[in-house]
Structures are given as structure tokens and as C-alpha cells.
Design a protein around this ligand. Sequence first.
Ligand SMILES: Nc1ncnc2c1ncn2[C@@H]1O[C@H](COP(=O)(O)OP(=O)(O)O)[C@@H](O)[C@H]1O
Ligand SMILES: [Mg+2]
Length: 190
Amino acid sequence: MKYRFSFSKDIVRSSKGSISQYIDNTTSSIVVLKKLYISDGDIGAHSNEARLLKLLHHDNIVRYYGDYYDYNDIYYSIILEYIDGTTLEQEISHLSNISQRPSKDYIYSLLYQQSLSLECLNFNRIVHNDIKPANIMYSSHFNQFKLCDFGLARQTDQLTCPTIDFTSRLDLRLLCDSPRYLSSELYNYL
Ligand SMILES: Nc1ncnc2c1ncn2[C@@H]1O[C@H](COP(=O)(O)OP(=O)(O)O)[C@@H](O)[C@H]1O
Ligand SMILES: [Mg+2]
């Protein structure tokens, strides 16, 4: 599988892995490979992100194209559509640097489109658990907002109170990267 893709450039690198642009040699299109280094015992956690993305087919959610393990290089890759745009976090920071506010149209589009993505998640009984500006991408060409990063997402049958899906406080601490975006009931549970 990995020989199907030619490296183009890195988008982000971190201790967890990398997010890079690749060319899909079979279609000549640009794709993104989200590579996560595999350490003992976390294979299930990685494949969870791909398993959930596979269920979601929506214009306002990043498209999943496939996933594979490469045990030689010790990483797991999720193949995603390439979103030609910026994160909402970058947009906000850019506007604040030039002392501007987002237009009303921009805010309405964001709210409307992200409501549609949440409706799709709700329909599939999926809780994203990490919705924040860094995980929403905006493509100005299509005026489209797309929800990304399903690394902490969970599927649950408990429709009345889906966040109770967390089995331990330890799970919840994973969210401490983004404490300002925790809902109050989760914050109190920490
Ligand atoms: N499909 C994509 N197309 C283009 N850029 C992306 C895509 N997915 C992620 N990115 C970029 O990579 C960054 C990190 O991706 P994310 O999935 O949120 O990984 P992490 O788990 O490291 O937070 C995003 O903030 C965005 O800048
Ligand atoms: Mg993220």
C-alpha cells in the first residue's frame, strides 16, 4: 500500500507522528497521510480513528480514503482527503493580527456547516470529544468548513448522555490538551 503514495511535503510533525501531503500515484491526486507512531498497546486506539471516519460521509467532515499498518517503519497511516485551506485557529489568529473580525457571513457559514457535521455525528452515535478551532479546517475556495481529527472520538449507544462513554478519569485526562474546550460536565468530572 505504501508504495502507492509519493511523499510531497510535511504539514505538521509532532512526537505522535506526522501529517504530510502525498501524491496518490494511481490517481495523481493529492492526499494527506496522518502517520501515527505505534507504541506497545496502542494499535486499537489508532485504528479507532480510522474505524469511525470510515462511517462518516459528509461534506463538512474530512474524507477517509483508507488506512494501513507498516510494521517495519512502526507507524500506522490514515489516508485522508487533502483540504486546501487553513485551520479556524489560524484564521482567527490572522484576523486578530490585522485587527479584524470575521464577517457575519463567515460566522453563519461556520455555525451552519458545523451543525450539519454534528448532525451527521449524532446520526452515527459518534462523539468527537475534541472540537476546537485547531480541528476545524476552512477552505476558502469552496467556502467549506470541515471537522477533522477524530483521535479522541468515541461511538456510543447511550444517546441520552453520550459523554459518559469515558470509562475512566485517565481517558478524560487525554483531553487536557484542550481544557478550555471541555464541556462543563466533563470538566467537573476531571
Ligand atoms: N486532511 C487534511 N488536509 C490538510 N491539512 C490537514 C488535514 N488534516 C490535518 N491537517 C493539518 O494538520 C493539523 C493536525 O491534524 P490533526 O488531525 O488535528 O492531528 P493531531 O492529532 O496532531 O491534532 C491540523 O491542525 C491541520 O493543520
Ligand atoms: Mg488536532
